[in-house]
Design a protein around this ligand. Structure first.
Ligand code: FHN
Length: 589
């Protein structure tokens, strides 16, 4: 059995006292412009591809060792079979390029502890332990260099199921005996040093699952990276807030524009590492929509592929990447180097990106009636056109009715693109919009918890996706100010989310019985949450929400204040109120 080989002296770089931002403020520029990258999960787990000893193992493919509790001695044997004869680094880079991806990140070492590069630190690596006897990371680095494609390395710094001192393997080793600091200094740090020394300029190191890593250890790692390669970025999952940018949860798209640099890793199907029976591919429309939505909120979209044990990126993934690339070829201006939406909230019809005096309306739900409306833009519009159509010039009207700015654009009745059509607006100056919460042209008023106010003293937290947690007490509240423009009766709907279960997000981890009161001034409705229908969120399709009708309220046009309060926590399972938003929908709509 290969064991940890501490053959390289651990020369620890002394911690610099300067902060990251002070040493290299421009490190982020390329990343901000790129917006779209390729993530590659490739390792020994591609051989079992989700099946062990004839049994399908639930969960993501690269976790098979953990999920099936495969002993190190058995899992190691996979190395002897690893011979990806189809691997062609050039082809992978060309695939990423054709998809319009501007950087690539590959698993140099995942939680299984197997290095996909020629490491001198541990013989448990692709060069020494397999019949392949090549260094795919070196080949990929060379191909990326030829194509000027920034390349980053994923490195699992805490979990290492191959090592007694690494974190996570409880089936071979006794965690109480693990010396994580020894592991960090004898394997992780020396291997990160190899990656940053032997493969040319590294765009970023993608650490993952920080778990037990301490503040000092995260800092030591980040300092090592920045000392060896000052331009190399460190992702947010290094832990303890020591990254150059923040990482969201897997497949998680935040609900609002964030004023810092961030990235979301996203699967093309459900797994990261190849799994032969996972055919739950996202449509190219979903991928394109997510990409522009992420850009509209100031983020980067790192889209994963899981190559097979032979070294091929699965065909359904390649097809989708080509479709995304074809879309970007025409409409990339709305994504690359784009700044986020000036509106803080989401639109039902799509998303907004911006660049200088231009706004891009990225429309998924193209209006059937030939008229597209948006409120709250106070600039003069000089021109409206369909991006990608040189001859396009759309007529439009701007008005100030009922005290609010309305832009109405006459659009063709058929969507210019079946995935996401982009309308470019040339403005008289940089975009100026009403950032308050307002009724939308379709009549709906959406009040997401991420944009609401919580009391100064509260146990409730709001996630990136705008969902409350820790709401286990009555009396807790969320409040919003908003403006409505149309008089009438409105249905009051609560949208709540289940808790994640072992199998992912499903509605089994949701419970009814919590009772909410919604008040707008002296008008009130109250009702227990019941399941009136499941809605899948097109931005986060893996995560269903549940709609509950709470009653109806009449509204006059004007400024309003809405408060939602828990009157009863009827929760036996103590899942609490997982409120995402209150929606007001014109009655009968
Ligand atoms: O446990 C890993 C998982 O295998 C995969 O690498 C993802 C990618 O973001 N990260 C971890 C879970 O969040």
């Amino acid at each position: 059995m290969h064991r940890l080989f501490p053959t390289i002296a651990c020369l620890l770089v002394s911690a610099t006292s300067l902060s990251v931002a002070q040493t290299n403020p421009n490190r982020m520029t390329w990343f901000r412009d790129a917006r779209f990258g390729m993530f590659i999960h490739w390792g020994l787990y591609a051989i079992p591809a989700g099946e062990w000893k004839g049994k399908q193992i639930p969960g993501i493919g690269e976790w098979i060792m953990n999920r099936a509790k495969i002993p190190v001695a058995e899992y190691e044997q996979l190395a002897k079979q690893f011979n990806p004869v189809d691997f062609d680094a050039e082809r992978w880079v060309r695939t990423a390029e054709a998809a319009g991806q501007k950087y690539m990140v590959i698993t140099a070492k995942h939680h299984d502890g197997f290095a996909m590069f020629h490491s001198k630190v541990s013989k448990y690596n692709v060069y020494d332990a397999t019949p392949f006897h090549r260094d795919p990371i070196a080949e990929l680095a060379a191909a990326c260099k030829r194509h000027h494609m920034p390349l980053g390395f994923y490195y699992s710094q805490t979990q290492d199921w191959h090592e007694p001192d690494g974190n996570g393997n409880t089936w071979d080793f006794d965690p109480s005996k693990a010396n994580f600091d020894k592991y960090l200094h004898e394997k992780a740090i020396p291997q990160v040093r190899e990656l940053l020394t032997n493969y040319g300029p590294v765009a970023l190191i993608w650490f993952d699952t920080p778990r037990i890593i301490t503040d000092a250890q995260s800092k030591e790692l980040a300092d090592l990276v920045h000392t060896l390669q000052p331009k190399c970025l460190v992702d947010g999952r290094i832990g303890n807030d020591k990254g150059d940018y923040r990482s969201t949860g897997d497949n998680e798209i935040p609900v609002k524009v964030l004023d810092y640099d961030w990235e979301t890793p996203v699967t093309t199907n459900d797994t990261w590492g190849f799994k032969k029976n996972d055919n739950n591919w996202k449509s190219s429309q979903t991928l394109i929509r997510q990409l522009v939505d992420v850009a509209s909120k100031n983020g980067n979209y790192l889209l994963n592929v899981g190559p097979t044990a032979k070294g091929d990126i699965p065909e359904p993934a390649v097809e989708r990447l080509q479709q995304v690339g074809a879309w970007l070829k025409v409409r990339g201006a709305a994504v690359y180097g784009a700044k986020p939406s000036p509106y803080p909230y989401e639109f039902n019809w799509g998303s907004v990106t911006s660049k200088g005096n231009r706004l891009y309306l990225n429309v998924v739900e193209w209006p059937a009636n030939g008229s597209f409306e948006i409120y709250g833009l106070s600039n003069r519009v000089r021109k409206a056109s369909v991006l990608g159509d040189k001859n396009s010039s759309l007529t439009f009207q701007q008005s100030k009715t009922g005290g609010h700015d309305t832009l109405r654009i006459d659009v063709p009745s058929a969507a210019p693109n079946s995935d996401v059509s982009v309308v470019a607006l040339d403005l008289d100056a940089t975009p100026k919009v009403n950032t308050g919460l307002v009724q939308q042209p379709d009549g709906t008023i959406t009040l997401n918890c991420a944009l609401g106010k919580l009391p100064a003293e509260t146990k409730v937290k709001v996630s990136n996706r705008g969902i409350t947690s820790g709401w286990l007490d009555t009396g807790e509240t969320v409040e919003w100010d908003f403006e409505s423009y149309r008089p009438g009766n409105y249905e009051v709907l609560a949208r709540t989310a289940p808790v994640r279960s072992a199998g992912g997000w499903d509605t089994s981890q949701w419970e009814q019985g919590n009772e909410l009161q919604v008040s707008i001034g002296d008008k009130k409705v109250e009702h227990a949450l019941q399941n009136d229908g499941t809605i899948s969120d097109p931005r986060n399709p893996l995560t269903p929400d549940i709609k509950s009708r709470l009653g109806a309220i009449s509204l006059e046009p004007g400024a309003h204040h809405l408060k939602v309060e828990a009157l009863k926590i009827g929760s036996d399972r103590k899942l609490g109120v997982r409120l995402r938003e209150i929606e007001l929908v014109p009655a009968g709509q």
